[in-house]
Design a protein around this ligand. Structure first.
Ligand code: SDX
Length: 431
């Protein structure tokens, strides 16, 4: 960031404070308040951090008004159309598109780390069969720090690299095995002759009793879902990973914290919540009832899969995801699926309703990804694990950027205290 010698002037009780202004390569200028408390004795106040830049980064940029999403400068629609997930992983992790040799080496390293330590099989067995796959992912990913001691020292660049590759490579296996465990089927091991998305689909849907052929349209759609969910600036789960990592915790524990945050229905859990909402609506004739509830200030109900903290225009990922959804529904001949019929009618009615268009509440990436995953045969409980498999590269890339920053320090927000001031203890006899 460049300090362009401009300063914001803040006046408090007749005293003026100059706060430097930094200009980014894209997006709003930032006011540097790092010295504010030391000079003016005041904090800033921004619950939800809607006006706060928590770090400087070179990885992803979002323009919410233009509906633009760039990964290292490349627009998401071009990456979704021309690239593929592992190439996008390389781009996010190392900053540039790989040469053919670099890509081949990266894909080989990832492919050859997809198996889990065999002892971890027993870790899965400790869960109830009806455990939510996200609960299993949080547990198993956190437990990786108990199995891979040779890649937990974050001060060692080589260990950081090994941990990054292991997490990218093993996340699909962990997610697929969480699914298999929940349906009582045997684990399917990864295969080195399959691409990343095909390997994941086979580990989820193959059974030992017969051969499994991956449909290329489904693996392409799966790869696109991974690509579109890969990274998204300082969203809640990425900020969780950064804050956890700032204490020096090992990468597996920090990624487990990110998975836990992503699970929430307001964030990554929205695709599951969206499909459950569509099922609750049930038939197109009940859509007006739910739209009325979403508009009712006294009703906490919100339309899952609509709206976004940053995009105040269409979510660019949703546009590409919508194309994939149409391709998959046509291929699988499930365009008559009642849940998917409700989705299409809900989208139409919401986009024609002033409440949603005036508030810029458009279908987001989770609205369409849920539809594709439902059509592919995933249970809704697997929707957020799919998101976690994809977002691992975003978390890892942001973690690596922060850890390798010599100015990195532990995150420690302050507060606006509204509680009791000093008072003496009262013995129970006097209460
Ligand atoms: C993801 O941060 C990221 O980048 C996240 C993500 C990523 O890739 O990491 O993009 C992934 O999390 C996408 C979002 C998925 N969540 C959902 O689909 C859940 C449903 N959406 C909402 O919960 C909500 O839209 C949020 C949480 C996404 C955003 O919440 P905000 O920031 O409070 O929304 P806002 O400030 O833009 O709201 C403006 C108004 C409010 O009403 P008023 O107070 O102005 O009267 O719109 C209302 C909100 O109440 N509103 C909705 C709504 N979302 C916002 N009303 C009905 N239905 C909704 N979905």
């Amino acid at each position: 960031m460049s300090e362009n010698k401009r300063a914001a002037k803040l006046e408090i009780d007749g005293k003026t404070y100059d706060l430097p202004i930094f200009s980014p390569t894209a997006g709003p200028d930032v006011v540097d308040i790092r010295k504010l408390y030391g000079t003016a004795g005041v904090f800033t106040y921004d619950p939800g951090f809607t006006s706060t830049a928590s770090c400087d980064s070179t990885i992803t940029f979002i323009d919410g008004d233009k509906g633009e999403l760039l990964h290292r400068g490349y627009p998401i629609d071009q990456l979704a159309e021309k690239s593929h997930f592992l190439e996008v992983c390389y781009l996010l992790l190392y900053g540039e598109l790989p040469s053919p040799a670099e890509l081949e080496d990266f894909e080989s390293r990832v492919t050859n780390h997809t198996m889990l330590h065999e002892q971890m099989v027993y870790f899965f067995r400790g869960f109830r069969r009806d455990a939510h796959p996200m609960a299993i992912m949080v547990g198993v990913v956190g437990a990786m720090s108990a199995f891979y001691h040779d890649s937990t020292d974050i001060s060692d660049e080589w260990q950081r690299e090994v941990a990054s590759i292991r997490l990218i490579a093993k996340m699909p296996t962990i997610a697929a095995w969480a699914y298999k465990y929940s349906i009582g089927q045997p684990f399917v091991y990864p295969r080195n002759d399959l691409d990343y998305a095909s390997n994941f689909l086979r580990m989820c849907f193959a059974v030992p009793a017969e051969d499994y052929e991956v449909n290329p349209i489904l693996s392409r759609a799966m790869d696109r879902i991974f690509t579109l969910h890969a990274d998204h600036e300082q969203n809640a789960s990425t900020s969780t990973v950064r804050l956890a990592s700032s204490s020096g915790a090992n990468p597996f524990a920090c990624i487990a914290a990110g998975i836990a945050c992503l699970w929430g229905p307001a964030h990554g859990g929205a695709n599951q919540a969206c499909l459950e909402m569509l099922r609750e609506i049930g038939t197109p004739d009940r859509i007006p009832e739910f739209i009325a509830r979403a508009k009712d200030k006294d009703d906490p109900f919100r339309l899952m899969g609509f709206g976004h903290r940053v995009y105040k225009n269409f979510d660019p990922r949703a546009k590409v995801m919508k194309q994939s959804a149409d391709e998959v529904l046509e291929l699988l001949g499930v365009e008559n699926n009642p849940t998917l019929q409700v989705a299409k009618e809900l989208e139409k009615q919401a986009l024609a309703d002033d409440y949603f268009t005036d508030k810029k509440l458009f279908p987001n990436v989770d609205f369409y990804s849920g539809i594709i995953l439902e059509a592919m045969g995933f249970p809704t409980s697997m929707f957020t694990p799919v998101f976690a498999v994809s977002r691992t590269i975003g978390w890892i890339s942001q973690w690596k950027e922060m850890i390798s920053d010599p100015q990195m320090k532990i995150g420690r927000p302050r507060q606006l205290y509204q509680g009791e001031t000093l008072r003496d203890y009262v013995d129970i006899e006097k209460r």
